[in-house]
Write a protein that binds this ligand. Sequence first.
Ligand code: G3P
Ligand code: CA
Length: 247
Amino acid sequence: MKSTVAIVAHRGASQEAPENTLASIRLGWMQQAEAVEIDVHLTQDGEVVAIHDPTLLRTTGRDARVDALTLAEIKKLDAGVWKGAAFRGERVPTLAEVLATVPAGRRLYVELKAADGLVSSLRRVLAAGPVPLAQVVLISFEVEALREARQALPECPVLLLADTPEGTPSRQSGLVTICREAGFAGLGVSAGWPIDARLVERLRADGLELHVWTVNDARRARELAAAGVASITTDRPGWLRSRLASG
Ligand code: G3P
Ligand code: CA
């Protein structure tokens, strides 16, 4: 059976290109991912930038927090060369630059790495376009940040992230309650969760979608697709798509 699960490129096509850069994001689109996922932080001067860690050290070599430098200072750093000389010159992109790459009809998953003021800055950038808000999926481990986002950006679907230790039945029902009360669209869970078709159906009965991250194993991806999950986030979108298509 042909798989219909959506493929989400994790930090872009981040196995082949430096995560959370325009190079990896464009590669994700080229590899026909239905969506790209990015992580966002605020700079010192209140700009929203795509980067995973709260510090710049791992991906740019500069030992400083993202929120301690201005956008102009961050733009001087090289965010690509750590991945290989071919990516020298890649920069930490702004959310606005990322939005400008999104092809018609595709979705951007934006992970809020919580920070004071992030939601209002996010709203300012997203409201300026060009991506319809219904195609911007807001995700986070931080319930309070998501509640705030749900209020500020009601058109955007919201997913609550949960890690493997959350996968017990009692924790699951607690998370379902949070999602239903807050009006979230569903859960985004670690691939280590005990996921099967019954769980997907149970959540669906509660009006919730189940999304899964980060899966770079074709066998696990096939199991998840067969269980009916809404999306699979992967570092290898093109490769995983071809493995799912070949059954
Ligand atoms: O899609 C969710 C996933 O990205 C969360 O983990 O550490 O890669 O941000 P992390
Ligand atoms: Ca992420």
